[in-house]
Design a protein around this ligand. Sequence first.
Ligand SMILES: Cc1cc2nc3c(=O)[nH]c(=O)nc-3n(C[C@H](O)[C@H](O)[C@H](O)COP(=O)(O)OP(=O)(O)OC[C@H]3O[C@@H](n4cnc5c(N)ncnc54)[C@H](O)[C@@H]3O)c2cc1C
Length: 488
Amino acid sequence: MDADLLVIGGGINGVGTAADAAGRGLSVILCEKGDLASGTSSASSNLIHGGLRYLEHGQFGLVRQALRERNLLSKHASHLVTAQPFLLPMSPEIRKPWLLRLGLKAYDFLAWDSQLPKSSSIVIKDLGLQSQYHHALKYYDCKVDDSRLVLHVALQAHEHGAQIFTRTEIIAAERTPKYWIVKLKNGNEIRDYVVKAIVNAAGPSAQQIANNILHVHTEHKIRLIKGTHILVPKLFDYNEALVLQNNDQRTIFVIPYMDKFSLIGTTEVLVDDPKDPVASEEEIEYLCNAVNKFILNPIKKADIVHVYAGIRPLYNDNNQDPSKNSREFVIDIDDKQAPLITLFGGKLTTYRHTSEQICNILEKNLPKCGAPWTDTAYLPGGHFPNDDQEMFKQHIKKIYTRIPQDLLQHYFNNYGTRITNLLMNVHSQANLGEHFGGFLYKREVDFLMQHEWARTAEDILWRRGKQGLFLDDQRVSRLSQYLDSCHK
Ligand SMILES: Cc1cc2nc3c(=O)[nH]c(=O)nc-3n(C[C@H](O)[C@H](O)[C@H](O)COP(=O)(O)OP(=O)(O)OC[C@H]3O[C@@H](n4cnc5c(N)ncnc54)[C@H](O)[C@@H]3O)c2cc1C
């Protein structure tokens, strides 16, 4: 037997399951056909949130669960998951103000154990919004860099002994009553592995993999909903994100992004193909128009610096309106022979709970599987002495006096306490080696290759941070050239 468990997919739910299972004493292999987080988990709105709008659909249990997870993540990865204030300007013709106030009271109530401030009503002044928007509700959620969260959880899995195989695709499987024989393909190499159980966490491809590779017909079905985001130069000087109510009842977020940009999203379009989603001109126009109805200085398509699209792998509840499709996750269990668990749905915010539920099911089939543990576990880099992040930061500033403050802050946000591993024996900026542009130096590139499974320029620029926003084509080619030289 090569392992107790094979996890298919290196998105947030795959790495979450691998970490939880490995921590319970199972031997785990995770295969990801591309880079970690190369699917939906790097195309989100980057929010760790309860999902205020799900209250409108009566999904109180889902919201409470997500708010609980928001709490845990803000504690266990406080360098990565940070508070984000939101303003919801009143549009009485779309939703009655009393209804929104009531909704936010319910949100506050469900977040009873949160450290974040409660909601309040404010008068809008000098916020760059059109004059008909004069009142807003203010509330708090959290934000995160989605793909860095995936990387942190993958590291947690690895620390507990999981083997993480990137650029490794499952291409075939044979099932027996007691085990699976799977074929994993990495480049030109194909290898057979024998495992006791499989968790299929392939996100949008989960159904296809279940049907075509694992030859199992799942009880539940998937619904694929594409969402697009655009990034424009920072629209406002303030730190609040905006929640804008569009007249089709949908809401559009405008979120401060990396100090210099505003992230605008998202659309909801039903699609058939789980692979390589592309933002359409229509979706981009929809987002620009939705925002322009609110702001004083309209944005144009030419302002857009970056666009991305991702697919929500929701379980299909057959709701006529896809935007009202339930956001609850469903775990499809097939243990007639060697067990297979297929996940439909699941959010970035609730990955820990989802993974815990999956492992609780595995416990029944794999007696070696231990008890749940992740609700008290810090993510790598997230455990600050005495839980005092500020004191740790001051300590770091004293050690690395010759590293610019903004660069140090950038490293802190991305690595937390792991900053000391990254900067081991670094005494000055010169020790960081070649500068590839933005905040990216050779030292970090080497660290990402050695410790975070990075192989290509795209892995580094878009999924180990977002320095891709600051490098021109020439600098990207130089980085690729350097990476090629390392792989020779
Ligand atoms: C537009 C948008 C905005 C969102 N915003 C938020 C938000 O703000 N907050 C939040 O909590 N949630 C948000 N979500 C939801 C969240 O991002 C997703 O639910 C979550 O990332 C799904 O993760 P996953 O691991 O299930 O799937 P994925 O991240 O897609 O991972 C599946 C992985 O499986 C791999 N794979 C596929 N086929 C194979 C194969 N044959 N062999 C091996 N590997 C394979 C893929 O390469 C992929 O990396 C958003 C989603 C979208 C689309």
